[in-house]
Design a protein around this ligand. Structure first.
Ligand code: ZN
Length: 139
């Protein structure tokens, strides 16, 4: 992962490269070729640094896009529930997993799908289902 320092490094490399270009433009023609060659070497090195920083930034950008896509998919997944008779149910049940009922309180408060347990019939006065996490009972 690239941090903000890489972006700053890339930007400062580009600034240095621009400064060198300005110096090259203003170099008096009477100066020796050696000085021009030295400045060109500096310019190439600085531009290479900038290129490396930019490719790191591009990689990070791709990673971030991927992460955003994953999170969006996750978000869509959590939206695929429906509320019926005081419980949440999955609209599209997953392989081998019950599609509900899930505790409405836990889903509303914490976005967590907690499968409710069915209470023995002697407790049905309190409710038919109970959440193992928050202990709320529902008919
Ligand atoms: Zn609960």
């Amino acid at each position: 992962m690239v941090d903000i320092a890489s972006i700053s490094a890339g930007i400062s490399s580009i600034k240095v490269a621009l400064d060198i270009t300005k110096e090259l433009r203003s170099i008096d023609s009477s100066l020796k070729d050696a000085e021009v060659k030295l400045k060109l070497a500096e310019l190439i090195e600085t531009l290479s640094d900038a290129k490396i920083s930019m490719s790191e930034i591009r990689e990070e950008n791709q990673d971030l896009r991927l992460k955003i896509k994953e999170l969006e998919e996750k978000l869509n997944q959590t939206e695929e529930v429906e509320f019926r008779n005081g419980h949440y149910f999955l609209k599209n049940p997953k392989d081998g997993k019950a599609n509900g009922p899930f505790c409405a309180k836990c889903y509303t408060d914490n976005d967590k799908l907690i499968p409710e347990s069915e209470l023995p019939s002697r407790f049905h006065r309190l409710g038919k289902y109970q959440c193992p996490k928050c202990s709320s009972t529902t008919m």
